[in-house]
Write a protein that binds this ligand. Structure first.
Ligand code: FAD
Length: 435
C-alpha cells in the first residue's frame, strides 16, 4: 500500500513536515494536489494570479519529481469526492498533510479525516507553515494572546534553533513511489479549469542578506524595493518558513523576524477566535452603522479618491496584485475611517486582488485598521494620508510611479476633506460603541 501526502499550501519537497513523515512511514510515497472547486468556483475573475501560480508551481514539482522517477497526482474537484475516488483507485495506507488554520480548511480536514478513518486509513497532520502554532505560545494564565507585544516577547524568547531545523526530506527520496504515468498523474492546465493567464512573472523565492541588512530602514518606504516580496511564497509554501527564519536570525534581523512573528500571531488569532472571519474581534464594533456608500467604494477600488497615496496603492494592487505594507495600512484606514465603509468590504476586495492573499493576515490587517481587532490602535487614531505621504513618500516617487497624471495641476480633488472626515469618523464610532 501507499502513503499519500496531500500538498495544499506547502508546495515544496524540501523541508516539508508532512512529506518527511510520509517518507519515513515505510511505504512508497505519492504526493497529491487537489485544485479545490469549492474555492475556485467562488472566484469571479477568470484571470487569477493565485491559480496561475499554483499551476506553475505544480509543474515545477512535477519536473522535480520526474527527475527522481516519480510524479504528483493532480485532481480537480471537491476534495471529499476526490478522496473517495483516490482511496478506491489506490491501495492507500496512510495520508499525510500539514495543518491549516482557516475555518473552511479545518472543517474540510475534519470531514476528510473521518472519511479516511472509516476506510481504515490513517490521517496524520503536522505543523509546517508556522514557527509556533495553536497553544505553543500562551500567556502566563495559559490563554491565547490577544495583544501582539507580549505575544512577540514570548515568541522571540522561545525561538530556540531547535524549532528552526529543516526536515531532511532529501535523505529519504528513495521512498518516493515510482511507475505512475503522466496520464494517470493528470497534467492540468489553466484552461482545463476555465482560467486565463495573467502572464506577469512572480517574484523570486529568495531574499538577499543585503536586503535583510537594510530592512529596518527601508521597509516603510514604498518607493524602494525594501521588503522581501516573499509573501506569495510564504502563502503557498514554496519556501520554508524555517529556512527563512534561520536566515533572518543569522543576519541578526530582529525587525524582519518580527514580521514573521506577526504572521504566526494572526494564524493563532484565527485558530483560537474563528469568529473573526465574519465578525469584529471586539464584538461591539459590529454595532457601528457604516455609511457603505457604493459609489465611494468604487472610487476607492479604482484608485480615484483624490488622495494620491491612496490612489497609488489601489492602482498598485489592481495592476500587480500586491501592495506595499505601509500603503495597505493607509488605504485600509482610509476606507474604514474616511469613507466609513465596513472593513469587510475592503477585506473582500483585497481578498480578490492580492496575490499573497491569506485570510489570517488580511483579516488581521483590516481589523487593525478598523480598530475592531486584537491588537487595535485606538479608534480615535485616524491616519492622515497627507502626513503619511510626507513621512513615507516625501518626494512623491511612489505616487508618480502608479499615478503618472499626478504631476498635472488638475489632479482629482480629494473626495472627502480630511478634518471633516476625521470628526465624522470619531462621532460615528463613538455612537456605535456607546450603544
Ligand atoms: P516583508 O516586509 O518582506 O515581510 C516578510 C513576510 O512577513 C511577509 O511576506 C509576510 O508573510 C509576513 N508579514 C509581514 N508583515 C505582516 C503582517 N503585518 N501580518 C502578517 N504577516 C506579515 N499579508 C499577507 O501575507 N497576506 C494578506 O492577505 C495580507 N493582507 C493585509 C491587509 C492589510 C490591510 C494589511 C495592513 C496588511 C496585510 N498583510 C498581508 C501584511 C503585509 O502587508 C504583507 O505580508 C506584506 O506587505 C507582504 O510583502 P513582503 O513579502 O514584501 O513583506
Amino acid at each position: 500500500s501507499l502513503s499519500l501526502v496531500w500538498l495544499r499550501r506547502d508546495l515544496r519537497l524540501h523541508d516539508n513536515a508532512a512529506l518527511y513523515h510520509a517518507l519515513k512511514s515505510g511505504r512508497p510515497v505519492l504526493p497529491v494536489f487537489i485544485f479545490d472547486r469549492v474555492i475556485l468556483d467562488a472566484l469571479d475573475d477568470r484571470r487569477d494570479r493565485r491559480v496561475e501560480f499554483l499551476v506553475q508551481e505544480i509543474d515545477r514539482l512535477r519536473t522535480e519529481l520526474a527527475g527522481m522517477g516519480s510524479t504528483i497526482l493532480v485532481r480537480y474537484g471537491n476534495p471529499i469526492d476526490i478522496w473517495r475516488e483516490l482511496t478506491t483507485q489506490y491501495p492507500v495506507g496512510d495520508v499525510f498533510a500539514n495543518h491549516d488554520y482557516e475555518v473552511y480548511a479545518k472543517e474540510r480536514d475534519k470531514a476528510i479525516g473521518e472519511l479516511l478513518n472509516e476506510r481504515g486509513i490513517g490521517f496524520h497532520t503536522y505543523k509546517d507553515q508556522t514557527i509556533f502554532e495553536r497553544d505553543e505560545v500562551l500567556s502566563g494564565s495559559r490563554t491565547p494572546y490577544t495583544v501582539f507585544t507580549p505575544y512577540s516577547r514570548n515568541w522571540h524568547g522561545k525561538l530556540d534553533p531547535f524549532f528552526l531545523k529543516s526536515y531532511p526530506t532529501e535523505a529519504y527520496f528513495e521512498h518516493l513511489h515510482r511507475g505512475i504515468g503522466q496520464d494517470e498523474a493528470n497534467v492540468l492546465t489553466l484552461g482545463d479549469m476555465d482560467f486565463l493567464p495573467v502572464g506577469e512573472p512572480f517574484p523570486n523565492r529568495t531574499v538577499s542578506d543585503t536586503l535583510l541588512d537594510a530592512y529596518k530602514e527601508t521597509r516603510d518606504i514604498p518607493a524602494r524595493p525594501g521588503t522581501s516580496e516573499l509573501s506569495i511564497h510564504l502563502r503557498f509554501g514554496t519556501i520554508s518558513i524555517r529556512d527563512l527564519a534561520r536566515q533572518a536570525r543569522a543576519a541578526n534581523d530582529k525587525t524582519f523576524l518580527n514580521e514573521l512573528c506577526w504572521r504566526d500571531f494572526y494564524f493563532q488569532v484565527l485558530d483560537h477566535f474563528p469568529h473573526v472571519e465574519k465578525s469584529s474581534f471586539r464584538r461591539e464594533y459590529d454595532r457601528i452603522e457604516w455609511r457603505n456608500n457604493e459609489d465611494e467604494f468604487d472610487k476607492w477600488c479604482r484608485g480615484e479618491t483624490g488622495y494620491p497615496i491612496v490612489d497609488a496603492g489601489m492602482r498598485q494592487l489592481n495592476t500587480i496584485g500586491w501592495m506595499h505594507n505601509r500603503v495597505r495600512m493607509i488605504t485600509a484606514s482610509f476606507l474604514c475611517k474616511h469613507l466609513l465603509i465596513d472593513w469587510r468590504w475592503g477585506e473582500a476586495y483585497f481578498g480578490k486582488k492580492l496575490r499573497d492573499y491569506d485570510l489570517s493576515a488580511n483579516n488581521g490587517g483590516w481589523q487593525w485598521a478598523a480598530g475592531s481587532g486584537t491588537d487595535a490602535a485606538p479608534y480615535f487614531r485616524v491616519f492622515n494620508p497627507t502626513l503619511q505621504t510626507q513621512r513615507f513618500d516625501p518626494k512623491g516617487e511612489y505616487i508618480r510611479h502608479w499615478v503618472p497624471e499626478f504631476n498635472s495641476l488638475d489632479y482629482l480633488p480629494p473626495m472627502v476633506e480630511h478634518t471633516m472626515a476625521r470628526q465624522r469618523a470619531l462621532d460615528l464610532y463613538k455612537k456605535g460603541l456607546a450603544k
